[in-house]
Design a protein around this ligand. Structure first.
Ligand code: ADP
Ligand code: MG
Length: 465
């Protein structure tokens, strides 16, 4: 596969075999699959890596294993020179893909990454809206998620070619959805015409059931089996869904055989998903299975700062440290603590300090769970408008119900990290465009109408305190 002085096939195969025998399989898959070496010249050998990130990573983490494998391969000690493979598909640098994108050469279409607050819609026939913040550049890399991040970038770099399927698992709120959507953003930015489908497993199940009921299976199959890239979030929901498992098995096979990328996320590794058919377990394990772990302290601090920055604030380090101590595992909650603190600061109009953070957290009544839930929001709205929850969730569209419902949706967008779909789900299964419309409408009213502004401020006060 390489030409010129790089007689890569033979020494590369031997070298890789030795590396493979020495390190864990997952690590090998992740880091060495696209590595090759040259012949030896003057006791030196070139080690070609697919990109700068892998090159640096191998150099700092696998030097011993590499030296040992080289010695075995050439029966003498040789010195490796770490290089980026000039034939490699991409030479994206470092963790921060956005920087790489900005200084990318002309051959690389400059992607329009969506800005915060802008919602990017998947094209051409997707039903899910991507969260505009869930990009690689907004993803903080630490020890807990380094593998997951590197693997996800590799998948986005060369869909269908590096790791297929890519199976990402870890407990709730650790960034699985974020990474899946980051893959979508990057691929869409580079190739807007790509036929990419991201959805929750729940949607897949619901659409399958609907297709069964309407005897419309062929349209359903047409849709799923013709995509270039399929990403299904929370695939553990296939548990106990025998017929959907059956259907997904065929979807999977069709796409896999076409070499199309499949990305799955789950709260458990394939073998631990209850009642998952053995043939699905084995297929899910065919590519790369990576776990995403809870963040360590340093990563939590970085995430907190990053989240504050996304909201236009610089979080002082002592404040970030304080919050990172309070919330230890779930990143969604970590983010909730920033939202809460910043909301509190603007409410009482005081600078963001450790003291203020302590007050903000204490005020939440549960320092370790500072997340505002949609139920809190609903409770406040129901009280204010004197309506019933069942009315908000009903299909009725009278103005006296539509308005409080829209206020709920607006507040849920403001205070929670729920997706548009999830928010819609709380209000009688309304779709994401309805939620988007509602949030938009209330934002405009707040700008135009002092009374609305005052009302929202009062509701915010009740929610936050
Ligand atoms: P899960 O897939 O486990 O449900 P999510 O992807 O929804 O988790 O992440 C929960 C929240 O935490 C999201 O708002 C996401 O942006 C944020 N998050 C998770 N990991 C990171 C990270 N490494 N850097 C920045 N934000 C993160
Ligand atoms: Mg998720």
């Amino acid at each position: 596969m390489h030409s010129g002085e790089r007689v890569a096939t033979h020494p590369t195969a031997t070298f890789l075999r030795h590396v493979q025998a020495a390190i864990r399989e997952q690590q090998f898959d992740l880091w060495f699959r696209k590595v090759s070496i040259s012949d030896v010249t003057d006791g030196r050998v070139n080690l070609f890596c697919p990109n700068e990130f892998v090159r640096d990573w191998l150099n700092s983490n696998y030097l011993d294993a590499i030296l040992a494998a080289l010695t075995e391969t050439f029966a003498t000690a040789v010195q490796p020179t770490f290089l980026v493979d000039p034939n490699a598909l991409s030479t994206l640098a470092e963790h921060d893909l956005s920087t790489a994108i900005q200084r990318a050469p002309a051959t690389f279409a400059p992607p329009e990454l969506p800005h915060a607050g802008v919602v990017a819609t998947l094209s051409p026939h997707s039903d899910t809206v991507l969260h505009s913040d869930y990009t690689f550049s907004n993803f903080v890399v630490g020890n807990s998620n380094r593998f997951a991040h590197a693997a996800a970038s590799a998948v986005a770099d060369a869909p269908g070619k590096s790791y297929n399927p890519f199976f990402l698992h870890g407990s709730v709120g650790l960034g699985k959805t974020h990474l899946l959507q980051a893959i979508c953003h990057l691929i869409l930015a580079r190739t807007p015409s790509v036929n990419i489908l991201y959805l929750s497993c729940e949607s897949f199940i619901n659409q399958f059931i609907a297709a069964l009921e309407n005897s419309d299976l062929s349209a359903f199959r047409n849709k799923y089996r013709n995509v270039d890239i399929l990403l299904v979030d929370d695939i553990q929901l296939l548990a106990n869904k025998e017929r959907t498992q059956e259907e997904f098995f065929h979807t999977f096979n069709t796409l896999y055989n076409l070499g199309h990328q499949i990305v799955l996320s789950s709260d458990a590794p394939p073998k631990d998903i209850p009642t998952l058919q053995e043939r699905l377990v084995s297929r899910f394990k065919m590519g790369l299975v990576v776990e995403i772990a809870p963040p360590d302290f340093e990563t939590r601090v970085n995430i907190l700062k990053n989240k504050a920055r996304l909201r236009g604030h610089d979080l002082p380090t002592d404040v970030a440290n304080f919050l990172a101590e309070q919330v230890s595992t779930n990143i969604r909650e970590l983010e909730g603590s920033v939202t809460r603190l910043l909301g509190f600061a603007s409410l009482v109009n005081r600078p963001v300090t450790v003291d203020l953070a302590r007050e903000a957290m204490a005020d939440s009544g549960a320092a370790r769970a500072p997340v505002i839930t949609i139920h809190q929001i609903i409770a406040v709205v129901i009280r204010h408008f004197n309506v019933k929850l069942s009315d908000l969730q009903s299909k009725r569209r009278t103005q006296s119900l539509a308005y409080p419902r829209q206020v709920c949706m607006y507040l849920a967008r403001l205070h929670t990290n729920h997706s548009l779909e999830e928010i819609g789900g709380y209000f009688g299964g309304r779709d994401h465009t309805t939620v988007l419309y509602a949030a938009d409408k209330i934002s405009k009213l707040i700008e135009e109408n002092p009374a609305t502004q005052e009302m929202i401020r009062a509701l915010n006060r009740q929610i936050l305190t």
